[in-house]
Design a binder for this molecule. Structure first.
Ligand code: UDX
Length: 436
C-alpha cells in the first residue's frame, strides 16, 4: 500500500521505516529540513537500535522516501500523523499546535476515500474535533495510538503487543477498519490483537496505559520512601510482590523515577484534560504520582550529599548516564540529567558520561562537563552516581576497577542496578534507592 507519515521524530521516523520494512511504499514528511536530509541519506537522526538498518534497506528498495513537501503525501491511501504533542509552556495541557498544523497542511493533498490515521498522543476529544475538517475532503479520520517504547521502537512497531483503532460509526468506520487491517496485515496474521473502538476510547487507551505505567513506577518509589525509614529493601519487596501474577514484576524498578518524552507530559496532560471535563478528581492521584516521581530526584541528590559528609561544594561527582533510559539518546525530562543539574547548582563539580546522549545533553546544558570515555569520567571522582542503567555501567563496570580510578569510594545507585554486596566488598560506601 502507499502510505504517508507526517512527522519524522522518534515516532514517525520509526513508523515510516517499519512500514516500508513490511512491504509498504512509504513517504515520510517533516518540516525540519535537516531531519529529512539525514533520513533520506539513510541516517537515523537519533539513536534507536535497528533503525539505521531498516532505513537503509527501505531506501535501497525504493519503497521508502522522505520529503519536506506535503504534496508528496498525495496518492497515499493512508496518512499517519505522528507529530509531537509537548506540554504547553506555563501549563500542564498538551500543546496541539503541531497536530493542527500537520492536519491543515495535509488537507489540500487528500482525496476521496483516503484515511488519515492519528498516532500522536492527544487529549481525549481531539479526534472528534478534527474529524469534520478531514471529512470535508472526503477522507476519513481514525485514531490509531502508538505504544512503542524508545530503545525497542522498531520491534514494537513491527511486532506490537496490540493494535488499537478508534473509528467513526457506520460504513465509513468499517471501511477504514478494513484499510487498517490491510496496513497491519503481517502483525494481525501473527495473532496481534486488533481492537476497534470509537475515537474517545482509542485516545484514552493511550493516556490511561501511560498513566498506569507511571503510577506503577511511583507506587514502588513510594514503597522505597517507606523502606528508607523502616530499614527495608524495596528491591526484595518488588521481587516478592512481583511474583503475584496480578501485580507482575515489570515496571516495579524503584530508583530516580520516570522521565522521557511521554510519561511525564502525558500524565500532566491527562490531569489537565480531566479538569476541563469536570472530572479532575478522578485522576487527582496523578499529581501525587508526579510528586513522588520528582521527590526521588531530590532524594538522589541528598544521598550524594550525605555520602560526601554533607558538603557538595567543590566535590567532584561523576554522573553515569544522561539519557532518560538506556538504549536511547533521548534526554527529554531525563531524571538523571536533572539530578546532575541539581548537583551542579549545589556547587559540585559534575562530570557526565553517557554512551549515546552526550551531544543532546550538552546542547541543553552546555555549562556541565561531558566526558565520553567512562573511565576518564570516573578518574579522580569523590562520588559516583548511576542514573541510567546502561550495560556499560550496570554489567561491565566492576567495583574494583571503578575504585582504581576514583579518589573517593561513595557510590549512589540511582537505578538499584548494582550489586550492593560486591560494591561494599570493594571498599565502597553504597547507597541504593529504598535499600538499607
Ligand atoms: C513509554 C511507554 O512505555 C510506551 O508504551 C509509550 O508508548 C511511550 O512512553 P518510553 O518513554 O520509551 O515509553 O519509556 P519506558 O520504558 O516506559 O520508561 C519510562 C521511564 O520510566 C524511564 O525513565 C525509565 O527509566 C523509568 N522506569 C521504567 C522506572 O523508573 N522504573 C521501571 O521499573 C521502569
Amino acid at each position: 500500500m502507499r502510505l504517508s507519515v507526517i512527522g519524522c521524530g522518534y515516532l514517525g521516523a520509526v513508523h515510516a521505516a517499519a512500514m516500508a520494512s513490511i512491504g509498504h511504499e512509504v513517504v515520510g514528511i517533516d518540516v525540519d529540513e535537516r531531519k529529512i536530509a539525514s533520513l533520506a541519506a539513510g541516517e537515523a537522526p537519533f539513536f534507536e537500535p535497528g533503525l539505521s538498518e531498516i532505513l537503509s534497506e527501505g531506501i535501497a528498495s525504493g519503497r521508502l522516501s522522505f520529503s519536506t513537501d506535503f504534496a508528496a503525501a498525495a496518492g497515499a491511501a493512508v496518512h499517519f500523523v505522528g507529530v509531537g504533542t509537548p506540554q504547553v509552556k506555563g501549563g500542564y495541557a498538551a500543546d496541539l499546535t503541531y497536530v493542527n498544523a500537520a492536519v491543515d497542511a495535509l488537507l489540500p493533498h487528500l482525496s476521496e476515500g483516503d484515511i488519515v490515521a492519528g498516532k500522536s498522543t492527544v487529549p481525549v476529544g481531539t479526534a472528534a474535533s478534527l474529524a469534520p475538517r478531514v471529512s470535508a475532503t472526503g477522507a476519513t479520520l481514525v485514531w490509531n495510538p502508538e505504544f512503542l517504547r524508545e530503545g525497542f521502537a522498531v520491534q514494537d512497531t513491527v511486532d506490537p503487543d496490540r493494535l488499537v483503532a478508534g473509528v467513526p460509526a457506520g460504513d465509513e468506520g468499517e471501511r477504514a477498519t478494513q484499510v487498517l487491517r490491510e496496513v497491519y496485515h503481517p502483525s494481525i496474521a501473527k495473532g496481534t490483537p486488533f481492537i476497534v473502538t470509537d475515537y474517545a476510547t482509542a485516545e484514552l487507551v493511550k493516556v490511561s496505559a501511560n498513566a498506569f505505567l507511571a503510577t506503577k513506577i511511583s507506587f514502588i518509589n513510594a514503597m522505597a520512601e517507606i523502606a528508607e525509614v523502616a530499614g527495608a529493601d524495596v528491591t526484595m519487596l518488588a521481587d516478592a510482590i512481583g511474583h503475584d501474577a496480578r501485580i507482575g514484576r515489570r515496571f516495579l524498578g524503584a530508583g530516580i523515577g520516570f522521565g522521557g518524552g511521554c510519561l511525564p507530559k502525558d500524565i500532566r496532560a491527562f490531569s489537565a484534560r480531566a479538569e476541563e471535563l469536570g472530572r479532575g478528581e478522578s485522576v487527582a492521584f496523578l499529581r501525587e504520582v508526579d510528586e513522588i516521581n520528582m521527590r526521588r530526584r531530590e532524594r538522589a541528590v541528598q544521598l550524594v550529599q550525605d555520602g560526601l559528609g554533607g558538603e557538595l561544594f567543590g566535590k567532584k561527582v561523576t554522573v553515569l548516564g544522561a539519557a532518560f533510559k538506556p538504549y536511547s539518546d533521548d534526554i527529554r525530562d531525563s531524571p538523571g540529567l536533572d539530578v546532575a543539574v541539581r548537583l551542579h547548582g549545589l556547587g559540585a563539580s559534575v562530570t557526565l558520561t553517557d554512551p549515546e546522549a552526550i551531544e543532546n545533553a550538552r546542547r541543553q546544558h552546555p555549562h556541565l562537563t561531558y566526558v565520553a570515555d567512562r573511565d576518564e569520567a570516573l578518574t579522580g571522582a569523590d562520588a559516583v552516581i548511576l542514573v541510567t542503567e546502561w550495560d556499560e555501567y550496570r554489567r561491565e563496570l566492576s567495583p574494583e576497577h571503578a575504585a582504581s580510578l576514583t579518589a573517593g569510594r561513595v557510590v549512589v545507585d540511582g537505578r538499584n542496578a548494582f550489586d550492593p554486596a560486591a560494591w561494599r566488598a570493594a571498599g565502597w560506601t553504597y547507597y541504593g534507592m529504598g535499600r538499607p
